[in-house]
Design a protein around this ligand. Structure first.
Ligand SMILES: [Zn+2]
Length: 111
């Protein structure tokens, strides 16, 4: 169990990205195009399975590691781009949604 306050942050992040994800899906339905990745600027395919490397994730515009605010601006990004960039967010290869769905105890896994 994390006892350093990050659990609450994870939860807030999760709520926020879920909302944003819904918004992007609605927009994609309307425009017929996916959002652009904030890192590589290519379209993100919203129909991809969450296990896909180019699945939609969210990235802080200012990385937390460089003083970014957790509540600061976020942008869509491919998971592959996001994890390559990676700064400041451990477990960047796993989306918060996967994290939420995962029922395995985190202490047993080396993330
Ligand atoms: Zn990208």
């Amino acid at each position: 169990m994390a006892s350093n306050g990050s659990t609450r942050n994870e939860w807030q992040w999760q709520k926020r990205t879920r909302r944003e994800r819904r918004r992007l899906h609605r927009e994609a339905e309307r425009t017929g195009r996916g959002p652009l990745c904030g890192i590589c600027n290519l379209e993100i395919d919203l129909s991809l399975d969450h296990a896909h490397r180019d699945y939609l994730t969210f990235d802080h515009v200012v990385p937390l590691a460089r003083g970014g605010d957790l509540d600061g601006e976020i942008r869509p990004a491919h998971r592959s781009c996001n994890s390559r960039r990676g700064a400041g967010r451990p477990r960047a290869t796993m989306t918060k949604q996967q994290w939420a769905r995962s029922e395995r105890p985190r202490t047993l896994l080396d993330w």
